[in-house]
Design a protein around this ligand. Structure first.
Ligand code: CTP
Length: 539
């Protein structure tokens, strides 16, 4: 039997996994039955990107709003009719928590009557077999997959299949959804589904689409990996104008969109979690009038998307302004500024900035400056015992990176001079060998410890080998050095070191403590104990 919990765990991003746990904890505390449903299950099983988390509870999730907020979720909207909460979970994870319900359609074009139901009944009101599965997240049945329509088999066959003949009639938005999924997954519709789709199109059932469904489908476009492909497919089927009468593929800024997706991939490859949805909407509607754009926004149920789309240009302008000012006067300052900016803004500005110096700074931030990390002398740092085991390692590595960025450490020698004072004292020597009778036995029992021998870590291949500074950006770089950080870092004994080092210009630079970072405290690294020569012995 397939282990769906295992599959889920390896397929979700770490933030999504935490999101599942968060929702699970809240539901458990409230004693409410919880399932992961819909597209999330489809994507987990099929291997496609898991874009959001759809949960279904047997009960009313609206009552849990405060509990979710207390647990760290943000409310992005709600639907009173279907009793759905739209949440943003920590790490920018989109989630929907809906009530298990039935939908009873009395007349074409009329909204269905909604009634609370069991999960089994809920699965029966869904659009396609591949979306009609639920994974139990409840104690006692955790990991059990409910798949009443054999959605797993349709995923394997790569087919879109409706659950019953009236699917498109009851909810015409499924015509748009079928087109969207077919374009995204390149899965055809199963034969009977295709026939029903064609008939529904011919009979113009789409004219009866619910307003709320239009808003939902507009928002879904923002999260497509290849939105232009979907827009074109919708236009071909005459459904794009259903979302807005003035919308067409010609209104899309195709070059901007292509560059956005390329830059986004570049950022993902660098380890950023970046949500491009607002920027995608910006480019998809680039040539629509302001009025058309506000019409589109008004229909979207998630206020997080509306706000981020509305404010994207303004926020990008602010960042651009800061990038041309004192705050970004040096590469290290620019690095810090861009590291603390939201990745979404960096992405948008990277694609839209017409200001040459801004564009160049972002380009350097995403490419050239990353290579500077490779100039960290890792083997020598390991020799000096400056390894990730040191609590102050991230700060030291970061300071060196900043100095290298600004060209204040020009050579390996200068870098090493800077690093040396940070080297911790060597480990204490092993106890002296026993003398007398017990010595032989002890020597046989334990391998002789050689005084002054380097520990494993020093050899550079063991656990203690210095980590590459790739550990710094983007993760560590996002947290700018604080005063508290600085306190933990021992200041190198600059004066003492200066006495010993040749007084070249380069040496002076190397011995200056890292300026752009916060000031290290006056603590000195412990010096190696040097026994004083006794006068008595001299005599
Ligand atoms: N659903 C449905 N009919 C609709 C809309 C939604 O049956 N008109 C159900 C489907 O089971 C769907 C789930 O609600 O999987 C969640 O809807 P939504 O988030 O819109 O779609 P996803 O399937 O998650 O697709 P996407 O990957 O585009 O988010």
């Amino acid at each position: 039997m397939a282990d769906y919990i295992y599959t889920m765990e390896i397929r979700l991003t770490p933030d999504q996994s935490k999101g599942v746990n968060l929702v699970q904890d809240v539901a458990r505390a409230a004693g409410i039955t919880l399932y992961l449903t819909g597209g999330a299950i489809r994507d987990i099983i099929s291997g496609f990107t898991i874009r959001d988390l759809d949960f279904t509870v047997q009960g009313n999730p609206l009552k849990l709003q405060k509990d979710f907020e207390r647990a760290g979720a943000q409310l992005a909207g709600h639907d009173d009719e279907t009793r759905t909460l739209f949440l943003v979970l920590p790490g920018n994870v989109r989630a929907e928590i809906g009530m298990a319900h039935t939908e009873h359609y009395e007349k074409v074009g009329k909204a269905p009557t909604i009634a609370p139901a069991s999960i089994q009944e809920d699965l029966r009101r869904r659009d396609f077999t591949v979306n009609a599965m639920a994974l139990s997240l409840n104690e006692g049945s955790r990991g059990l997959l409910l798949d009443p329509f054999n959605g797993v088999a349709d995923i394997e066959a790569k087919l879109l299949r409706i659950l019953h003949n009236y699917s498109f009639v009851e909810d015409p938005s499924r015509l748009i959804r079928a087109t969207r999924f077919a374009a995204r997954f390149h899965w055809p519709m199963e034969e009977r589904t295709q026939q029903r789709y064609d008939a529904a199109k011919e009979n113009k059932y789409i004219d009866h689409i619910a307003r709320s469904a239009v808003g939902h489908e507009i928002a879904q476009l923002a999260h497509e990996d290849d939105p232009l492909n979907v827009i074109r497919a919708l236009e071909k089927e005459d459904f794009l104008k259903v979302l807005h009468p003035h919308w067409s593929a010609a209104k899309v800024d195709t070059n901007g969109l292509a560059l956005l997706m390329k830059t986004r991939q570049q950022m993902v490859d660098l380890g950023y979690t970046v949500d491009p949805s607002a920027a995608v909407m910006h480019f998809l509607t680039a040539r629509l009038s302001d009025k058309d754009i506000s019409d589109l926004r008004r229909q979207i149920p998630r206020k997080d998307l509306i706000e981020s789309w509305r404010d994207i240009e303004e926020h990008a302008k602010d960042l651009a302004k800061r990038l041309t000012g004192k705050e970004a006067a040096t590469p290290s300052r620019t690095w810090n500024l861009l590291s603390s900016a939201r990745p979404e803004m960096v992405l948008f500005l990277a694609v839209t900035s017409r200001h040459q110096s801004v564009a160049l700074k972002i380009k350097n931030y995403l490419t050239k400056w990353r290579q500077v990390q490779q100039r960290l002398p890792l083997p020598e740092m390991t020799e000096l015992l400056i390894t990730p085991q040191l609590p102050e390692y991230p700060k030291i590595a970061r300071d060196v990176f900043m100095l290298l960025l600004d060209g204040r450490l020009r050579s390996r020698t200068e870098t090493l001079k800077f690093l040396k004072p940070f080297a911790p004292p060597p480990p204490p020597p092993p106890p002296p060998p026993r003398r007398g009778r017990g010595a032989k036995a002890a020597a046989g029992a334990a391998p002789a410890a050689v005084a002054g021998k380097k520990p494993e870590a020093v050899k550079g291949k063991g656990k203690g080998a210095a980590a590459p500074v790739s550990a710094v950006p983007p993760a560590a770089a996002k947290a700018p050095a604080t005063k508290a950080d600085a306190k933990t870092v021992a200041k190198p004994d600059v004066k003492a070191a200066a006495k010993q080092e040749p007084k070249t210009k380069a040496a002076k630079v190397a011995h200056k403590p890292a300026k752009p970072a916060s000031k290290p405290s006056a603590k000195r690294p412990a010096k190696k104990a040097q026994p004083k020569k006794s006068k008595a012995r001299k005599r």
